[in-house]
Design a binder for this molecule. Structure first.
Ligand code: DC
Length: 233
């Protein structure tokens, strides 16, 4: 029987593991995996390419309005989950450099840019059979998602993971700087006026500090099955 749990929202702070578990979950269910963070990162990268200050609300919006962002399945075997084309250029790895990390909060708190990006996200959500990852999916983008997860972990554990990821990708970085950047981004994400990072009231909260990816995915699948059964009794 087709599962009644079609739109799955996963939110959480930077490097909490939400993308990794969300990707595994999407593969297990044969659903589309969509990480909304790449949209904010693509606008950030585009603004930086155009020499625009990401905190300049109007100028950044102008860039966002004309930028073409395509998220397409990947043909590469280099660890990417999707390929992100920004104005036709493959910017997949560029989107995860420390420079983009440091500037993305300015774009994420830009209310007009958020409105622009929300339609794309809702269209993808409306098609169903999707695991959508972000900060405000369960609260703002898909408030009526069929199931919501809020994935979190300590800042130190998350910095460890981001550092290991940079090493794997050959990106030069420093642990202390990453930790400071994660804490700064948490603060910016949780305290911004529009769509702040917060668990939806009806989200399942999963702390991944001490449990592995496979266990988290298994727990999510268990909760999805339970929710499906409940909706049929
Ligand atoms: O998940 P990430 O690290 O790739 O996200 C990058 C930034 O984008 C993050 O600082 C917060 C922002 N973001 C957001 O505000 N809303 C989303 N739905 C996804 C990401």
């Amino acid at each position: 029987m087709e599962s009644s749990i079609s739109r799955i929202a996963i939110d959480g702070p930077a490097s909490s593991g939400k993308s990794t578990v969300g990707h595994r979950l999407a593969i297990a269910l044969d659903y589309l995996y969509f990480d909304t963070g790449v949209l904010y990162r693509a606008v950030t990268w585009g603004a930086l390419q155009h020499g625009v200050d990401t905190n300049d609300t109007e100028a950044a919006l102008d860039v966002a309005k004309v930028l073409s962002i395509e998220v397409v399945p990947s043909d590469y075997d280099d660890g990417r989950k999707n390929t992100v084309l920004v104005d036709g250029t493959d910017a997949t790895w560029e989107l995860h450099t420390p420079n983009v990390d440091a500037n993305v909060s300015g774009i994420a708190r830009n209310a007009a840019i958020r409105r622009l990006l929300i339609d794309t996200q809702r269209d993808i959500g409306a098609a169903g059979r999707v695991v959508m990852i972000g900060r405000d999916i369960g609260t703002v983008v898909l408030p009526d998602a069929d199931i919501k997860f809020y994935v979190t972990a300590s800042a130190e554990e998350r910095a460890n993971r981001r550092y290991a990821e940079h090493q794997r990708n050959g990106v030069e970085s420093d642990y202390a700087e990453i930790l400071a950047s994660i804490k700064a981004r948490d603060h910016a994400d949780m305290n911004r006026e529009v769509a702040p990072l917060v668990a939806a009231d009806d989200a399942y909260i999963i702390d991944t500090s001490d449990i592995g990816i496979a266990e988290v995915v298994a727990e999510m699948q268990r909760l999805i099955a339970k929710q499906h059964d409940n909706s049929h009794t």
